[in-house]
Design a protein around this ligand. Structure first.
Ligand SMILES: Cc1cc2nc3c(=O)[nH]c(=O)nc-3n(C[C@H](O)[C@H](O)[C@H](O)COP(=O)(O)OP(=O)(O)OC[C@H]3O[C@@H](n4cnc5c(N)ncnc54)[C@H](O)[C@@H]3O)c2cc1C
Length: 497
């Protein structure tokens, strides 16, 4: 029997799992997907917001301002990329300047430090390429950028090192409670647990409704993005927003932690909770809007487009509480933006809730703060590279030439706990396929390595989610192959990037 069962291994579920492993608890982390972070956590702006935006007095405001300063220590302990680059909200006219004034005041109410309203010249100094029509900005120095899925993966790895158990490919289909014990049923197993924590993102209302009366509704809201090649990386230095509107913080232009440029999102209500396709209209809107911030955006350097779903709650604020009707069932729902920024603080808050449900939590004296070292070959000195290659020649074989990723790194990503099993799960851990060619050259090699290391046939290797085959069969028929036995390369199916 588990003490805690967490449904959903996004940034909330993994943060909570890790935080709870500081105590002597038997913890299960269950997700329907074949990797952690495969929901909204892999598709967002990746900003650690300063915290001036949420309405004072809300949970969003409280947990954003508490979460933001936790990122330096957390990311350095878990070897996750994080840069505190600061953010700018632009003003183009007097009305916008008034909005900046309101945001500044809200920031003060939310106890955010290091904010100032800057003029045109100061703005130009910080962002030389900015549209000359911008007359000022709200500058918040504490905003940052992070690798969101890298953080969730690192949190999951560390939670497992500290005793948590991860169950992927496990969609929860029913939850029952008899005599203070929950039985959570997936399509292939049953788990018994004293406490259940619902971190199911855009599906959190459906999970709640499996055991409790409908208490809230999640209305998915889609945001789409462009990713530009690193060669465009120098055009922007900060997270650059336009003044926020009714539908959120607006379209931003920002560097990513790996030196690309991210542009988006729009905000569109969708009826399906899996509507992560991009649309021509959405991308066109982003393109037009972003050009108000930077008039010369090199969109011809786009290397990828994607979309994510905000878990918009009908309550208007994060829902982080034990269900009023089912004792021991905790909802972490409606975690829209700034959910990523707030995640470490959400996890601390949940420990408090668990502490009020289970009798006196005992500290786990063996808790390890750091995760096993992860090597990024391209970032090593020449001497360190030579030493590593001598120890393991697989680090001498470059598989992804855009990002200089070696076979050694890919093999490590596969064999870590919470290890990669698909092409994109390797990409999220060590980045082959994130460069200019988007895997055009390295994907077949990554598939070969995955198949070899997992003792699988190559055509069993998936691109990403559960229905994403890459290979469909041999390029030639049986008869032809018999007469030409040397040729056995499988055919690559067209894959949507
Ligand atoms: C466009 C966009 C931009 C954003 N930008 C930012 C930003 O810059 N900064 C910021 O702080 N926040 C941002 N956010 C918000 C942030 O991304 C989310 O708050 C955060 O990722 C939510 O994490 P989560 O763990 O709650 O949900 P998810 O990451 O969606 O995780 C939920 C998990 O539950 C699993 N699950 C669902 N149903 C079941 C089931 N039946 N059985 C088992 N598992 C199940 C899913 O597979 C998934 O892995 C943005 C969001 C969007 C969409």
């Amino acid at each position: 029997m588990f003490d805690i069962l967490i449904i959903g291994a996004g940034i909330c579920g993994t943060s909570i799992a890790r935080e709870l492993t500081r105590f002597k608890l038997k913890i299960a982390l269950v997700d329907k997907e074949n990797d952690v972070s495969n929901g909204t956590t892999k598709a967002n702006s990746a900003i650690i917001h300063a915290g001036y935006d949420p309405k004072p007095g809300t949970l969003m405001a409280e947990l954003n301002s508490r979460g933001n300063p936790m990122f330096d220590t957390l990311c350095s302990r878990l070897q996750v990329p994080f840069k505190r680059i600061g953010s700018l909200v632009l003003a183009f006219n007097d009305t916008d300047l008034k909005t900046l004034g309101k945001l500044y005041k809200q920031g003060i109410q939310n106890r955010i430090s290091k904010m100032e309203i800057i003029d045109r010249d100061q703005l130009r100094n910080l962002e030389p390429e900015i549209n000359p029509a911008a007359i000022g900005a709200l500058y918040a120095q504490t905003a940052g950028i992070v690798g969101p899925w890298e953080l969730a993966i690192a949190l999951a790895e560390n939670a497992i090192d500290n005793g948590a158990e991860l169950y992927l490919n496990s969609p929860v289909v029913s939850i029952n409670k008899v005599d203070k014990v929950f039985t959570v049923t997936t399509d292939s197993a049953q788990f018994r647990s004293k406490v259940v924590i619902n971190c199911a993102g855009v599906q959190a209302d459906k999970i709640n409704n499996l055991i409790a009366p409908p208490e809230f509704k999640i209305m998915p809201r889609r945001g789409e993005y462009y990713v530009l090649d690193k060669t465009a990386g120098k055009m922007v230095r900060h997270v650059v927003f336009q003044p926020p509107g009714d539908l959120g913080k607006g379209v931003l232009v920002t560097p990513t932690v790996h030196g690309n440029v991210l542009i988006g999102p729009n905000s569109e209500r969708v009826s399906r909770d899996d509507a992560i396709e991009t649309t021509a209209q959405g991308l066109e809107y982003i393109q037009k809007t972003a050009q108000q911030s930077f008039t010369n955006i090199p969109l011809h350097q786009t290397i990828n487009i994607f979309a994510g779903l905000r878990a918009e709650p009908d309550t208007g604020d994060f829902i982080i509480a034990e269900s009023p009707t089912v004792k021991g069932f905790i909802n972490i729902a409606g975690i829209k933006s700034p959910g990523l920024s707030a995640a470490p603080a959400i996890a601390e808050k949940v420990v408090g809730i668990v502490d009020s449900i289970l009798p006196a939590l005992k500290p786990n004296q063996d808790f390890i703060e750091t995760r096993r070292e992860i090597i990024h070959f391209a970032e090593l000195s020449d001497k360190a590279k030579a030493r590593l290659i001598k120890k393991d020649p697989r680090y001498a074989r470059i598989i992804c030439r855009c990002e200089n990723i070696t076979e050694g790194e890919i093999v490590d990503a596969i064999h870590r706990n919470a290890g990669a099993t698909t092409v994109d799960s390797v990409k999220r851990r060590v980045r082959p396929g994130t460069g200019r060619c988007q895997g055009g050259f390295c994907m077949p090699r990554v598939i070969e390595i995955l198949a070899r290391e997992q003792n699988q046939e190559m055509d069993n290797i998936l691109k990403d989610g559960l229905n994403s085959p890459v290979l469909t069969g041999m390029t030639k028929s049986e008869e032809i192959r018999e007469s030409e036995p040397a040729f056995t390369a499988p055919q690559l199916k067209e894959v949507e990037c």
